[in-house]
Design a protein around this ligand. Structure first.
Ligand SMILES: Nc1ncnc2c1ncn2[C@@H]1O[C@H](COP(=O)(O)OP(=O)(O)OP(=O)(O)O)[C@@H](O)[C@H]1O
Ligand SMILES: [Mg+2]
Length: 407
């Protein structure tokens, strides 16, 4: 039997090599990460990737077959030394997507329940419930029946109930998903303020990338039970490291073949982000070429098949001139290629275009341009915004360091 890993004081939560199966199905396949004290970590990923299972294992509502979980310096689960604390011994709060507000109780009874089960004296329950209800904006609702609450108010009750015993770790599972867009944004801001005041550490599960980026100091992207990437929101957003992350973030992903690797020659719209970035010229399926930034370590070699990833908002569209030789003229020496508008949809300040290009379709979002279905279009992109990834990932050194740090 391996000795238990010694608790580390630098992180509030530490998870190592967590494995969980349901029958033959592997829901968590050796997941490791850390969460810094007082910070928020977002677990992001598509439906079924294992986010809820992860939270349930941390909470003690599910038992992993293998791994180690430490919360606030206390080992709460360790398969090698058979430690497995009960949920109530893990001293955390949970907010689920379904508010689970009990209809037969008043607002105060709902919120005070975690204190009641901990046998807190009545006067203290009253004081704490009053204080937390005020904090979540339900100060006047103390004695009202929970059935009178709107969806947003029920969500606040669920939040108050998760926070009332002042846990140092709070787990959120799609906690705001049932709210309308406006209320969601408001609650997001309020959560940040609450966290600053109460100073808890949070693990926030969502499949909404905007929510993850807005709330968290670190983002973990999960894919089929493993961690696909981990990093700062800015890095995960601007520098997706794997095709899975690029697709999950909604980038256009197209195949191409590397022609050359090196310095970008005279391309009009070349504005390097970072002097250390390496660029490659890629041939697209119809023979057009494009310069892009290599997103992973160990640059691909000429002849290698790669994926070209383009964010919809980074594409510039312009109508080529109507006279002959439209294609090259329209690009005017810029990095880009020619396509045909298939459809457009009005989004308010912007319009989304579906563009037929060689090898498939492409989506672009930009201010209303007057382009119509059937129009030829020049699609331009700065080489730094065109991310080149290999299907077989080799992580950048920075990300390897992150992953190592994360577990
Ligand atoms: N109790 C269970 N028995 C069998 N399979 C389960 C059980 N719980 C979860 N799974 C499976 O494990 C996988 C991960 O489920 P999980 O609920 O963790 O996903 P998720 O990332 O939270 O998805 P969503 O975004 O839809 O909530 C799914 O394929 C699910 O069917
Ligand atoms: Mg879930």
């Amino acid at each position: 039997m391996e000795p238990p890993v010694s608790p580390s004081p630098s992180h509030f939560v530490r998870i190592e090599g967590l494995k969980k199966r349901f029958g033959d199905f592997v829901a968590l396949n050796g997941v490791s990460f850390d969460v810094d004290d007082g910070s928020t970590l977002a677990l992001l990923g598509p439906s079924g990737c294992g986010k809820t299972t992860m939270l349930r294992c941390i909470a003690g509502l599910e038992t992993a077959e293998e791994g180690y979980i430490e919360i606030g310096g206390k080992v709460v689960f360790d398969s090698s030394s058979r430690v497995n604390l009960m949920p109530e011994q893990r001293e955390l709060g949970i907010v689920f997507q379904s508010y689970a507000v009990w209809p037969h109780m008043t607002v105060a009874e709902n919120v005070g329940f975690p204190l009641k089960v901990r046998r807190t004296p009545k006067a203290e329950i009253r004081e704490r419930v009053t204080r937390i209800l005020k904090l979540v904006g339900l100060g006047d609702w103390y004695d009202r029946p929970a059935t009178q609450l709107s969806g947003g108010q029920q969500q606040r009750v669920a939040l108050a109930r998760a926070l009332v015993h002042e846990p140092r770790l709070v787990l959120f599972d799609e906690a705001l998903s049932n709210l309308d867009a406006q209320l969601r944004e408001q609650m997001r801001m309020e959560l940040k303020i609450l966290q600053d005041r109460l100073n808890f550490t949070a693990i926030y599960v969502t499949h909404d990338q905007a929510e993850a980026f807005a709330l968290a100091e670190h983002v973990v992207v999960m894919n089929r039970g493993h961690i696909e990437t981990v990093g700062l929101p800015r890095d995960v957003f601007h520098r997706p490291q794997t095709p899975f992350v690029a697709r999950f973030l909604g980038l256009n992903v197209h195949s191409g073949t590397v022609l050359s690797v090196g310095r970008v020659p005279d391309v009009a719209n070349h504005e390097p982000l970072d002097a250390d970035d390496v660029y490659a010229q890629v041939r697209l399926p119809d023979g057009e070429t494009l310069w892009g930034r290599i997103g992973q370590d160990s640059p691909p070699r000429p002849g290698d098949d790669v994926l070209v990833c383009l964010r919809r908002e980074h594409l510039g569209l312009s109508a080529p001139s109507v006279s002959g030789g439209i294609a090259t003229q329209a690009l005017a020496g810029r990095n880009g290629f020619i396509g045909t508008i298939r459809a457009s949809s009005f989004l308010g300040l912007t319009e989304e275009y579906v563009i037929d290009v060689s090898g498939g379709e492409l989506r672009a979002i930009q201010p209303v341009s007057g382009l119509d279905a059937g129009d030829p279009v020049a699609v331009t992109v700065r080489p730094c915004d065109c991310i080149i990834l290999s299907e077989h990932r080799t992580l950048k050194a920075t990300q390897r360091a992150d992953l190592k740090k994360a577990g």
